[in-house]
Ligand binder design. Structure first.
Ligand SMILES: CC(C)(COP(=O)(O)OP(=O)(O)OC[C@H]1O[C@@H](n2cnc3c(N)ncnc32)[C@H](O)[C@@H]1OP(=O)(O)O)[C@@H](O)C(=O)NCCC(=O)NCCS
Length: 170
């Protein structure tokens, strides 16, 4: 499988993004199943958001959304990563976070750190963070609101530019 990453073009890719978001299940997101209208409300482009497709050859198998991009000098962008059900557990998550980290630090020279959060029971995403050298920075108790009204803990991860620079692959 040859992976590539490309910017989502807004609004040309809007329907493709809705199709992608509604045709997969997202068990660790606030809304595991998105309706058309809910998917249409996911912010994919704007001054503070940039999105990228993950392609395996010609097929779109994933979507990365980087947000909080408005004040890069002082702030820390976050990201959301979603891989199609049939493409999970093949190393795509790890490749995507490795690519995104390099892309953000290389594109934005003022960027000091990147943050990411995940639900406490999302073992796959935690493993991806560890494999990509993101540090666990904290656990926010009951900060994650689930669709059924229950609450979960949020784990927060980050990587500094200096930590990324020290990686053999950077
Ligand atoms: C979480 C997600 C991005 C991980 O991507 P992926 O392509 O499936 O993960 P990878 O294949 O790169 O695996 C990375 C590591 O996690 C491990 N892993 C993957 N899925 C796992 C699972 N369900 N349980 C335990 N470990 C798992 C892999 O074995 C691998 O570990 P290794 O490097 O030690 O072999 C993907 O499963 C996904 O999109 N899930 C739904 C959306 C989601 O939860 N996104 C995160 C939002 S914060």
């Amino acid at each position: 499988m040859t992976l590539s990453f490309e910017s989502l073009v807004w609004p040309d890719d809007a329907e493709a993004a809705i199709r992608f978001l509604t045709s997969n299940e997202w068990p660790f997101h606030g809304l595991p199943r998105l309706s058309y209208d809910q998917a249409a409300q996911v912010k994919l482009a704007g001054d503070d958001v940039a999105s990228f497709w993950i392609r395996a050859d010609t097929e779109r198998i994933g979507l990365i959304r980087a947000f909080d991009l408005e004040d890069l000098d002082a702030g820390s962008p976050l990201f959301d990563l979603r891989i199609a059900e049939g493409a999970r557990k093949f190393g795509v998550g790890r490749a995507a976070v490795t690519w995104l980290t390099a892309h953000l630090f290389s594109t934005h020279v003022e960027l000091h750190r990147i943050e990411a959060t995940t639900r406490h029971d999302n073992v796959a995403m935690q493993r991806v963070f560890e494999r990509c050298s993101y540090r666990l920075e904290g656990r926010m108790l009951e900060a994650w609101k689930n669709a059924d009204g229950t609450r979960s803990d949020t784990l927060t991860y980050a990587i500094l530019r200096s930590e990324w620079r020290a990686l053999p692959c950077s």
